[in-house]
Design a protein around this ligand. Structure first.
Ligand code: BGC
Length: 364
């Protein structure tokens, strides 16, 4: 009998200790808190993912709102832009968001409540207007190992990935009850520090995190090297059916980015479009993505394409129409980069459309 009582006593002590430990908040959050999903056998897209990819239709990126270090000047005009996007015939809005400039640098990496509310209000307004919304994580320079932008702050190197995952945990929890017209995109244009191997592991952890609060929501994932189609072959999707795969296509790059100050060295201006060679450059990545999509059974959304305002307008219009036709001929939906700044189809200052560009995007 006495042996049994001792055992019971030990058992009770062990249970109390375990309960005590689990009740104590951890001051450290590590990668082990975000285990990866398996990625050895992605099943292909579900009917929901296919329907969502198709319903994204013709989209437009809302730039300069949330992808800078401070909330953009255009946030105040979000209602106007939503109304205009609707008037222009767009069916989806891609909302690039620089979460990393609005979250604590150390655990638990809490996202600034005011910023969270502003983003949510834009998302809610776009959903209420009937749009599909692709909400992403954009520009997290340290995650890519790039030099920081002005206004960005560095966090300890050891927590960069954990912080990314923790931000997704917060975002996914907060938006768990939103309309299924809201799509999460895990990260814009991974590159540099995000090698294929690292990226494949990170998406397996991030999707698992998102799935805890959003078991069904459609999630968008692109491959490395700035979401170019050429790296799709290296992408290891997690074993999940509610996924859309995204690419960006800025080919011919020396045309679309001529004179762009953020490209070093800058391309000379004066390049026109679209010769047969340039058309082939536009189409090549689309063909790569189409073959990948057919073989892997996930749909493709071209989340960015466009030509900067330093190119001649006639050529921009030709490029845009040709790219649109070629994407649509391959069953791909898309979002134009972007609504109202350097590539803009709408002029925020004069409140007018660039009618030729708009027609090239959504006209006949
Ligand atoms: C970047 C923008 C850039 C655009 C075209 C986007 O992914 O966020 O800053 O203007 O690509 O280069």
């Amino acid at each position: 009998m006495s042996v049994r009582y001792t055992d019971l006593f030990r058992f009770a002590i062990a249970i109390s200790l375990a309960l005590l430990l689990s009740a104590c908040p951890k001051d450290q959050i590590g990668l082990e808190d975000f285990p990866p999903m398996a990625n050895d056998n992605p099943p292909g897209a579900s009917p929901d993912a296919l329907a969502t990819a198709s319903a994204l239709g013709r989209g437009v990126n809302f730039d300069r709102m949330f992808e800078w270090t401070t909330v953009g000047e255009d946030f105040a005009g979000v209602d106007e832009l939503i109304a205009k996007a609707q008037e222009g015939g767009f069916t989806s809005i891609r909302l690039p968001i620089r979460w990393s400039s609005h979250a604590e640098a150390a655990a638990p990496f809490t996202i600034d409540p005011l910023f969270f509310t502003q983003v949510e209000s834009a998302v809610d307004r776009a959903l209420a207007a009937g749009f599909y919304v692709v909400m992403n994580m954009h520009h997290h320079r340290q995650l890519d190992g790039d030099p920081l932008d002005g206004g960005e702050y560095a966090v300890a190197e050891g927590v960069v990935d954990v912080r990314f995952l923790s931000m997704w945990q917060q975002i996914a929890r907060r938006y768990r009850n939103k309309s299924d017209r809201l799509v999460f995109e895990l990260y814009n244009e991974p590159h540099g520090r995000l090698t294929d191997m690292k990226w494949n592991e990170l998406i397996a952890r991030a999707l698992n995190t998102v799935r805890k609060s959003n078991p069904q929501r459609v999630v968008m994932i692109g491959s490395t090297w700035w979401n170019t189609a050429g790296t799709l072959a290296e992408l290891r999707l997690p074993n999940d059916a509610n996924l859309i795969v995204t690419i960006h296509n800025y080919e011919p790059f020396n045309f679309t980015h001529q004179g762009a100050a953020w490209i070093s060295p800058p391309f000379p201006t004066g390049i026109t479009c679209c010769s047969p060679e340039q058309q082939a450059q536009i189409v090549a990545p689309l063909d790569v993505a189409k073959s990948w999509s057919d073989a892997n059974r996930y749909p493709i959304f071209v989340g960015e394409f466009g030509a900067y305002s330093t190119a001649a307008m006639e050529s921009r219009v030709d490029f845009t129409r040709y790219a649109r036709d070629q994407m649509e001929a391959r069953g791909m939906t898309w979002a134009y980069w972007e609504m109202a700044s350097g590539f803009g189809v709408y002029d925020n200052a004069t409140h007018t459309w660039n009618v030729d560009l708009l027609n090239a995007l959504t006209g006949n």
